[in-house]
Design a binder for this molecule. Sequence first.
Ligand code: NAD
Ligand code: TYD
Length: 341
Amino acid sequence: MTRTLIVTGGAGFIGSNFIHTLVSSRPTWKIVNLDALTYAGNLENLTAIERHPGYTFVHGDITRAADVERAFAAARELGGPISVVHFAAESHVDRSIQSGLPFVNTNVLGTQVVLDAARAHKVERFVHVSTDEVYGSLGATGYFTEDTPLAPNSPYSASKAASDLLVRAAVHTFGFPGLITRCSNNYGPYQFPEKLIPLMIANAGEGKPLPVYGDGMNVRDWLYVVDHCEAILAVLERGRLGETYNIGGHNEYPNIYIVKRILAELGQPESLITYVKDRLGHDRRYAIDASKIERELGWRPRFRFEDALPLTVAWYRSQTQWMQRVRNGAYREYYSRQYGS
Ligand code: NAD
Ligand code: TYD
């Protein structure tokens, strides 16, 4: 079935991977990418598909109703019922510790603006992409299930939890066709090098110190971004309306293990590891029980960490220009060249 889809935040890390997944696996679908192109949004992630006949880019901010309306108008022109996959967000915990306001603005206010427009346009389905961080932190054992109470600890995760509750309220109050996904830490191509894995690859490649927070024993569950995109597609197509689905990679590792694996992959010495002051309020462990999506939708991750980490390291090593341009902000020139403002 052909669908018309509005993807918010499609120029970011997961959103751009999702658009690549759609273009190759659902080539007849129409895609409107609504993105404000913040520091994390990079249209160069999409150069390979920007001339795809079903793809339209709308430069706009989800906190502005008029911008969101322009995306719906573009989708209307393409015809057919509209669905939304909502990625757009401020996404970095460390930035949220420095300043919470942009997180409340985009993640909370912006989500409500998109929800209001989606409801007015009677969308077919609305997938809200959230995070396992809304559940808080685990001790040495146990897993987050969809029924784990929300207990966010950082300004980022608190703003995501708030946005999840707005989606829940729309479902409950208006019978809105919303679904929520909560995934673990993603890794793979096109991730902004402020997050652990691309930052460590970049620094190790240049022989710079690798800053490990605290004792390096905080645990994350790593999910290859291609697996995540396939899970979101399964939820969009077959998820039960009103439900929440956890998505995890079955790859729980302490940060120090990841850092050492990256150094080994690049043939660099462990002496580059530098323990630095811990992140404030640093969540100790995240781990996902993803049995619901496996049982109901038949989704399971296809990639093993042992294979996908080397693939990821190789991708960043082969994309030195992308990396350089992202790190010095030059990718922003691409937008002015391509779109003239
Ligand atoms: P990202 O920071 O790489 O990309 C965010 C995108 O949203 C960018 O293209 C940015 O320009 C856009 N954006 C930001 N503010 C906007 C606004 N006001 N209006 C329109 N567009 C705006 O993020 P990501 O890592 O791709 O994450 C995507 C989603 O997945 C987020 O909602 C995040 O909370 C969630 N998530 C991410 C991870 C992860 O490991 N990266 C894990 C769990 C959940
Ligand atoms: P990050 O990629 O920021 O994702 P999140 O905070 O959403 O889990 O961080 C992943 C883990 O790596 C987290 O425990 C913090 C740690 N970390 C470091 O030790 N050093 C760093 O420079 C960064 C960015 C993260």
